[in-house]
Design a protein around this ligand. Structure first.
Ligand SMILES: Cc1cc2nc3c(=O)[nH]c(=O)nc-3n(C[C@H](O)[C@H](O)[C@H](O)COP(=O)(O)OP(=O)(O)OC[C@H]3O[C@@H](n4cnc5c(N)ncnc54)[C@H](O)[C@@H]3O)c2cc1C
Length: 263
């Protein structure tokens, strides 16, 4: 079985700066971490490998420093790390990210399953997984909280919904996105971390995928983030004075004035 895990490097800090012209995140020189949801995706792939055997590719599109999250994934049990990095991939929105990743995946060849995290903690859109499945024209199931059974040509999973859970059957090859309820990611051993340090990561640039420059990076991104800001929370406090009855009366008037029901 061939499994591909999509792994994103995200800022490990809230002190994120954005480019004033493009409104994209400035990713250079800030602490970066493995996207927390992708740790669950890696763990689930490794558990499938342990149960029935598999070769796991980890693929990431990002700056050269994103090599580090692939090393972390190697230490956790994936078999091969692929980093898609090129100036012509920079500033991508979800559409361009999904397209670029699809080209990297086509380069790998046939596969059975792609696992993504539910969402990335920076862009936070949860769009890349479904968009990637659409681009590759394969089945997609989001918010998977348990893989019940996986066979050569199909898998049964539990999907979290607003009302509870749905049990679904998916034909392979397919893409799933996973939520944190799916497992408890393991910690890497010292030995596996040392081996991962020395492992070779495949670097894939624009010329390796030979694709349309109008579909990658900022040029291939129809989304424009117009403004990025931290919302200001305004909290007003008013003190209610008087006797107990007066306070209760004023409080009920106040609550009614903001549309709340008073019984
Ligand atoms: C504040 C802010 C708002 C933004 N808003 C939008 C927006 O509304 N629309 C838009 O199109 N873009 C937006 N972007 C750009 C966004 O950063 C990129 O589109 C990003 O490459 C992917 O989207 P995401 O982070 O939302 O990933 P998600 O869709 O949340 O990620 C889901 C999963 O996809 C996989 N994945 C995602 N990116 C990669 C990658 N580079 N390499 C490997 N696997 C990956 C991971 O498994 C991840 O867990 C925004 C960026 C910022 C900073």
């Amino acid at each position: 079985m061939k499994i591909i895990v999509c792994i994103k490097q995200v800022p490990g800090t809230n002190e994120v700066k954005t480019d004033p012209v493009t409104n994209t995140i400035i990713r250079e020189n800030i602490p970066a971490i493995l996207n927390p949801f992708d740790a669950y995706a890696i763990e689930e792939a490794v558990r499938i490998k342990e149960r029935r055997g598999a070769f796991i590719y980890g693929i990431s599109m990002g700056i050269p420093a994103a090599r580090e999250v692939l090393r972390e994934a190697l230490a956790l049990g994936i078999d091969k790390g692929i980093l898609m990095t090129d100036k012509r991939f920079a500033g991508a929105d979800t559409l361009a990210t999904a397209y670029t990743l699809s080209k990297g995946i086509e380069r790998i060849g046939d596969f059975d399953l792609i696992i993504c995290g539910r969402q990335a903690t920076d862009g936070d859109t949860a769009q890349v997984g479904p968009s990637l499945a659409r681009t590759l024209n394969i089945a997609c199931a989001t918010d998977i909280s348990r893989i019940i059974e996986i066979k050569d040509k199909e898998m049964r999973c539990l999907k979290i919904t607003d009302d509870g859970y749905e049990e679904i059957l998916i034909k392979l090859p397919a893409l799933i996105t996973v939520v944190k309820e799916i497992n408890m990611p393991r910690l890497p051993s010292i030995k596996s971390m040392k081996l991962a340090r020395r492992a070779e990561i495949d670097i894939v640039g624009f010329d390796d995928i030979m694709t349309d420059e109008n579909r990658t990076g900022l040029k291939g991104s129809p989304t424009r983030v117009r403004k990025v800001f931290v919302p200001v929370q305004q909290v007003e406090t008013s003190m209610i004075e008087g006797t107990l009855e007066e306070k209760a009366q004023k409080l009920s008037e106040l609550l009614l004035s903001v549309g709340m029901e008073v019984k």
